[in-house]
Write a protein that binds this ligand. Sequence first.
Ligand code: HEC
Length: 160
Amino acid sequence: MECSCRWSNGGGRNIHKGALGSIAIGLLLIGGYTAWSVASKPDARTTSQSVAGGDALVEIVVPASLSEQAEVGKRSFEQNCVACHGENAVGRDGLGPPLVHIIYEPNHHADESFQRAVALGVRSHHWSFGNMSAVEGLVRNDVAYIIAYVRELQRANGID
Ligand code: HEC
């Protein structure tokens, strides 16, 4: 069969076939790798049920008990943040990052960065989930409780 590519000609045909061959092998390798990496992806679910869709992004230990402040924060987190940051702040695939993550340790993201995130929103810079809009209806004190909650989750997972 005649190759329809413009640049093919008698002498070049073998080279051309060779190139096609290596592209095919390359695609096979990429395909194989993708299948392998999907198959071997560790199951990132937490012990608690994650919110429908948007799988958890980290596996964490949930502390047996929370301080009173953190309990209040947890309820507020579940109303205002869980849709993107996931139950127990483990993140949601495609939606929002886990806050129980070394990136958000107090030294790198001090409490004020949580206050700013809620009050002003966040321009995406650590992940590829896009920007976070400001969350309406919360005062600094509400956010302080949420921070207490997230910090307790972090500490239970060695992020301090
Ligand atoms: C609509 C989805 C969504 C909601 C709701 C949401 N977030 Fe976010 N949040 C994000 C995304 C996306 C990022 C950006 C991550 C990045 O790329 O840096 C983010 C980032 C953050 C950060 C990191 C800020 C920084 O300086 O890097 C904090 C802290 C945070 N969110 C806290 C909260 C809290 C607390 C709530 C609830 C009051 C909340 N978020 C609600 C999606 C959301």
